[in-house]
Design a protein around this ligand. Structure first.
Ligand code: GLC
Ligand code: CA
Length: 558
């Protein structure tokens, strides 16, 4: 396999609104990020992905872009971004931005022009249709954020436009070559500015199954979720291949796709040697237990489920390419609250989850605050919730007959706000995130969970992440950890997640996801313990005993 500059990198996701506020308006900003570059460098991060910071009405917190060539004044200026790129480079770090091109904002000039003249050039940038007799809509698809995907086109009562997400996020018509040209121009403009690549938002949605038609309804609203349509949509490859050839490939850029609903046989096309993307996220564990009916009906996840999902994905990808491994992101609850049972949400348990995913084949991504073990936030009622997805799911739950408490339970478990509360830097007011009024409530547990106290404590989760990163970068083990295969070990042993990484050398990761002691056999003798989240494990020949919530990485004798 041809070696690429990004194969051995560690990535970190910043949600800019909640990371660090430098000017006291309660909203995180680029100067705030600049002030934390040394913190990220000390952690060992190489690649920083910043969620959208372009001009936006923030209807979906920046995933609704009104100008692709600028920075929202709330986040800073283009000059700040240039400085950030330069300062990152000086520290041997790379910046990625978010590429949100399935849709733009309804306040983007393209959409405003489309409203002025639906039959003109910009009308063809979107999916605009006439309503049928009796105001019949073109099809019965349900948007990801609830309700029909069709919305009346402002100023044109007989017309509707398509939005797979929020109504303030009209879908761009990728079938139109002019749209694609505009997208490529924008990508190249950023890459020429020194950006190292992009995380690519909601990309699987750019190809629609056309012509529009109904699918079987799956809820009482008579609508159909988008999965059936996406499964039928053929030919996304020609768009993605063209985008790669015109933008990422000539710049040797890194790209990581938010690819959901992919088909197994497409993996080589997506992330193989000359794939459309460098990498894509492994969403197998986060998708586990999700119900078509809504969050209220989701099945809670156990460490066992987590293990089987991860091993399945590692198996499917094999050495085709590199997944990007995550335990959380800005769309998910905090990983430690989602995957660990309540008794495991301790320093030791959090280290177990960290070790379990960090040593897998693929690029480890850390979401801001994960390195200090930030947790979900408690909300009393729906009025305290900002996330538009959570607000929709609350209503879905009530419509399905849930009580308010049941609906709130689903919101508390899955709201995207859980990951969006301000980063907890220290014990000072507002966790050191802002001297102003934070745009979203700070989790009151910042008094005990914050970066400053962990940086000075060698036994902290922060230091454990540092060690995991250092291990991945150790010249002795790097090649094995980057290119070696993943082989599950004793997969059927409940609450044990163990796997070998085999390459030049042989490493073994063992994680005991429970409170009781466990004894397991090893495939060969342990040569040495490379990492241990507790104080020592008991190894006798080919046998190892792990205490409750213990995670170890061993080197095995070849
Ligand atoms: C992606 C983003 C999410 C956003 C959606 C629409 O899933 O991660 O935050 O709401 O796309 O852009
Ligand atoms: Ca600010």
């Amino acid at each position: 396999m041809r070696r690429q500059w990004w194969h051995d990198k560690i990535a970190y996701q910043i949600y800019p609104k909640s990371f660090c506020d430098a000017n006291g308006d309660g909203i995180g900003d680029l100067r705030g990020i600049l002030s934390k570059l040394d913190y990220l460098k000390a952690l060992g991060v190489d690649i920083i992905w910043i969620s959208p910071c372009y001009p936006s009405p923030l209807a979906d917190q920046g995933y609704d872009i009104s100008d692709y060539y600028d920075i929202d004044p709330r986040f800073g200026t283009l000059a700040d971004m240039d400085e950030l790129i330069t300062e990152a480079k000086r520290r041997d770090m790379h910046i990625l931005l978010d590429l949100v091109v399935n849709h733009c904002s309804d306040e983007h000039i393209w959409f405003r022009r489309a409203c002025e003249d639906p039959d003109g050039k910009y009308g063809r940038y979107f999916y605009i249709k006439d309503v049928g007799p009796d105001r019949a809509l073109p099809c019965n698809w349900r948007s990801y954020f609830g309700g029909s995907v069709w919305e009346p086109l402002p100023g044109h009562p007989g017309k509707v436009y398509l939005h797979l997400f929020h109504k303030k996020q009209p879908d761009l018509n990728w079938e139109n070559p002019e749209v694609r040209e505009d997208v490529y121009k924008n990508i190249n403009w950023w890459l020429d500015r020194g950006l190292s690549g992009f995380r690519i938002d909601a990309i699987i949605n750019i190809k629609k199954a056309l012509p529009f038609r109904d699918y079987p309804a799956d809820r009482e609203d008579g609508l159909s979720n988008l999965d059936a349509m996406l499964a039928e949509a053929k030919g996304i490859g020609s768009f993605l291949g063209e985008m790669r050839d015109r933008t990422f490939a000539p710049h040797d850029a890194f790209s990581v796709g938010e690819v959901l609903n992919e088909k197994d046989e497409e993996l080589p096309d997506f992330i193989g040697e000359n794939g459309y993307f460098s990498s894509m996220f492994d969403f197998a564990p986060s998708g586990f237990g999700a119900s078509h009916l809504g969050w209220y009906n989701d099945v809670p996840v156990t460490p066992e489920d987590y293990k089987h999902c991860v091993f399945g994905a590692q198996q499917r990808v094999g050495n085709i390419g590199f997944l990007s491994n995550i335990i959380e992101n800005h769309d998910r609850p905090r990983g430690v609250c989602h995957y660990l049972p309540p008794e495991g949400r301790t320093e030791a348990g959090k280290k177990c989850l960290a070790a379990a995913y960090f040593m897998l084949r693929g690029l480890p991504f850390i979401y801001q605050g994960q390195e200090i073990g930030m947790e979900n936030i408690w909300v009393d009622g729906i009025d305290e919730v900002d996330d538009i997805a959570a607000r929709d799911q609350y209503r879905v739950a009530l419509d399905a007959g849930c009580t308010i408490e049941e609906a709130m339970d689903a919101v508390r478990r899955l709201s995207r706000d859980n990951a969006r509360t301000p980063m907890q830097w220290n014990r000072s007011e507002n966790a050191g995130f802002t001297v102003g009024v934070p745009w979203l409530r700070v989790n009151p547990n910042y008094v005990t969970i914050n970066a400053e106290s962990q940086q000075t404590d060698p036994g902290s989760l922060f230091h454990f992440y540092q060690k995991l990163i250092a291990l991945r970068k150790d010249p002795k083990y790097k090649d094995t950890l980057v290119y070696g295969v993943t082989e599950p070990w004793l997969e059927d042993t409940e609450n044990l997640m163990a796997y070998r990484r085999r390459g030049e050398r042989e490493l073994m990761v063992l994680v005991n996801f429970q409170s009781r002691l466990i004894t397991a056999e090893l495939p060969s003798n342990a040569k040495q313990v490379l990492l241990d989240n507790l104080d020592g494990c008991d190894i006798k020949g080919k046998c190892i005993s792990l205490q409750g919530w213990q995670a170890v990485v061993l080197e095995l004798e070849l």
